[in-house]
Design a protein around this ligand. Structure first.
Ligand code: GLU
Length: 507
């Protein structure tokens, strides 16, 4: 590769970024960094009708949260004109003055033409064709019968333009050609130009269409590789023809496979997320909960997205971002759709949970504790709790469910467990155990365990008569880590209080 690698993620700010979009950004980032290249964010906002307030900020926030920063792009989603990098502006709406001359240049070269057909006329043709069971396509077949500069004299064209008539500029698809397109992931693709329509390049509102702006910008920004979703594959023929028409070197293309529904056919949608109770957006957007808010770690999201449609060629499943950069290659991206597995995303989060240090997790848990109005607990205590329960958790939000009894004494006891564990002699055993525990001075987990076990055998009791009821009275049900760890952490006084409280409650 001689040309510097420069890739771009080019979303349209029409709503929240779907995780498929995040994966496209991630693959661009990995490819750029692997080849010591640049990763560019370009905002494709030429379609003003579909513009959604806040969507650009959402895109930037999502990339930042995932830890995949761009080297060039709009430097601030709110400040117009500010750019990071020398190929700006990176918002197409701020580049609109640039495009028309390229469209006119193609007309000059005989590769594009003016079309004056009104929306009503085109609708008429569409309906007329439909009635005959056909589909109307603006192409070689009928372009000479329509209102355009190919079917009228240059004088007539000029007269209409001078009179201020609305027009669009269309690409003139050459007939009877076989296009040979290349895609890094999909290999060679052959397209017959007779199947293509003359796409609009420049609209009557003075804005370029996606196709023109995209090609012009990729050229001016010296993009070396276009890595984007499979849904853009049908546009490749036009894009390649546009590069050829301008006489420009086209970038290399790689179309990523779709992310598919967990079950059934088709592309993963927002509805699948709602039905299956999993996020499809990186961050929350209106009423849709994002991965961040659902408690996922960004590293887990990046890791599972990387393996959706790409494989490293080994059994390795856990990758840091640096390892992904090292191992990534477009050649290992699959052609076929990647099925989305919500359970696997949870598994990833669990793996990252285990890797996190207790201090970090405790800090995150403190936020949840605050919501429960538990504020007096020391960070050290919360860290110890976390170290005991994190192995069973998938999310930080599970900590409360798993370890609420570390912060508040049980107010009720699981009925089933009571029925099973609380026998006629349990009350007396617990009373005796309480007096014994009161006498223990070294309240470390190891020592309490040693002493209590000794006491059980001296009293010739079975473990089953003592340990399950002890857990029940301390925790409220049968869950939790090693019971002596719990006792050591909540302390002697609290342990005794809970035993005594249960004795009277269950008497
Ligand atoms: N603006 C297009 C989109 O929304 C970009 C497609 C491309 O990468 O060429 O995805």
């Amino acid at each position: 590769m001689t040309q510097k690698v420069r890739v771009r993620f080019a979303p349209s700010p029409t709503g929240p970024l779907h995780i498929g979009g995040v994966r496209t950004a991630l693959f661009n980032y990995l490819f750029a960094k692997k080849h010591k290249g640049d990763f560019i964010l370009r905002i494709e906002d030429t379609d003003q009708n579909r513009f959604v307030e806040g969507a650009e900020q959402y895109i930037v926030d999502s990339l930042n949260w995932c830890g995949i920063p761009f080297d060039e792009g709009p430097s601030s989603p709110t400040a117009k004109g500010n750019t990071l990098g020398k190929y700006g502006p990176y918002r197409q709406s701020e580049r609109k003055h640039l495009y028309k001359k390229f469209a006119l240049d193609l007309i000059e070269k005989g590769k594009a033409y003016y079309a004056f057909d009104t929306a009503e006329k085109l609708d008429f043709h569409r309906n007329d064709h439909e009635k005959k069971g056909k589909t109307f396509i603006y192409n070689w077949h009928n372009r000479l019968k329509l209102d355009n500069s190919l079917s009228m004299t240059p004088e007539e064209v000029q007269r209409r333009i001078d009179a201020g008539e609305e027009y669009v500029i269309r690409f003139l698809t050459p007939p009877d050609e076989k296009l040979h397109l290349k895609d890094i992931i999909r290999g060679d693709i052959e397209i017959d130009t007779n199947t293509l329509d003359d796409k609009v390049l420049f609209k009557s509102d003075g804005m370029p269409t996606y196709h023109l702006a995209n090609i012009v910008d990729d050229h001016l920004m010296e993009i070396s590789h276009v890595i984007r979703g499979e849904e853009w594959l049908p546009s490749l023929a036009l894009h390649q023809q546009l590069y050829d028409a301008f006489g420009w070197q086209a970038p290399q293309f790689a179309h990523l496979p779709l992310i598919m529904k967990p079950v059934g056919k088709g592309k993963l949608s927002k509805r699948d997320g709602e039905k299956g109770g999993f996020p499809v957006f990186p961050l929350s957007w209106n009423e849709s909960v994002g991965y961040r808010e659902a408690g996922y770690f960004p590293e887990a999201v990046v890791n599972f997205l990387a393996l959706l449609g790409w494989n490293p060629g080994t059994e390795q499943e856990l990758f840091t971002l640096e390892e992904l950069v090292d191992s990534f290659s477009l050649e290992r991206v699959h052609k076929s759709g990647a099925r989305f597995d919500p359970d696997k995303t949870k598994w990833y989060n669990q793996q990252y949970m285990h890797q996190k240090d207790d201090a970090t997790l405790a800090e995150a848990f403190q936020l949840h504790l605050k919501e429960k109005e538990i504020t007096s607990t020391s960070n050290d205590y919360v860290q110890k709790v976390v170290s005991l329960i994190k192995d069973r958790a998938t999310f930080v939000s599970d900590f409360w469910e798993l370890g609420d009894y570390f912060f508040v004494a049980p107010t009720k006891y699981d009925e089933k467990a009571v029925k099973k564990q609380w026998k006629d002699d349990t009350q007396e055993i617990m009373q005796n155990l309480a007096s014994f525990i009161d006498g223990i001075t070294d309240f470390s987990s190891e020592n309490v365990e040693l002493e209590v076990k000794k006491w059980i055998s001296e009293k010739e009791l079975s473990f089953g008569k003592v340990m399950p009821p002890l857990r029940l009275v301390l925790v409220g049900d049968m869950k939790g880590p090693h019971i002596f760890d719990i006792m050591a952490l909540i302390g002697k006084e609290e342990s005794l209080e809970r035993i005594n409280k249960a004795i009277s409650a269950l008497a």
